[in-house]
Design a binder for this molecule. Structure first.
Ligand code: THU
Length: 135
């Protein structure tokens, strides 16, 4: 199994645990870091709708909690006819820990639908380099 296949399998598996009783739209995400580790997580919604959390945000939290800081590959698995591209907020969250050329594989249950570079999803971004005292 390729690393990408492994990432998709992990995102698909964790997607089963998505807590999405309001939107009914389950999402799984898997991040690969520069150490080769994989962090997968799902979306977690809330009765107070704005408090819901995307799968990418959940995965970034787990990654950071494990002391990791560099994302080198991203998988997002959603469903439906449209591409499940990361929302604007998650593009910004990913930008904090990934480079413009980091691949973001947008997948359906059947596999990769389209692959983007993060910099194409979030051009002219504002990131750590814009701030003195950044990492
Ligand atoms: N969602 C994600 O978790 N990631 C995405 O890339 C797009 C949207 C979630 C948020 C919400 O729980 C549900 O999908 C519907 O918007």
């Amino acid at each position: 199994m390729s690393t990408l296949d492994d990432m998709i399998a992990k995102a698909l598996a964790v997607r089963e645990n998505a807590y999405a009783p309001y939107s009914k739209f389950k999402v799984g995400a898997c991040l690969r870091t520069d150490t080769g580790k994989l962090y997968a997580a799902c979306n977690v919604e809330n009765a107070a709708y704005p408090q819901g959390q995307c799968a990418e945000a959940s995965a970034i939290g787990i990654m950071a909690a494990n002391g990791e800081r560099r994302i080198v590959e991203v998988v997002v698995v959603g469903d439906g006819d449209e591409l499940c591209t990361p929302c604007g907020g998650c593009r910004q969250r990913l930008n904090e820990f990934a480079a413009p050329d980091t691949p973001v594989h947008v997948c359906g249950p059947e596999g990769v639908r389209e692959t983007f570079k993060l910099g194409d999803l979030l051009p002219h971004s504002f990131g750590p380099d814009n701030l003195d005292g950044g990492p």
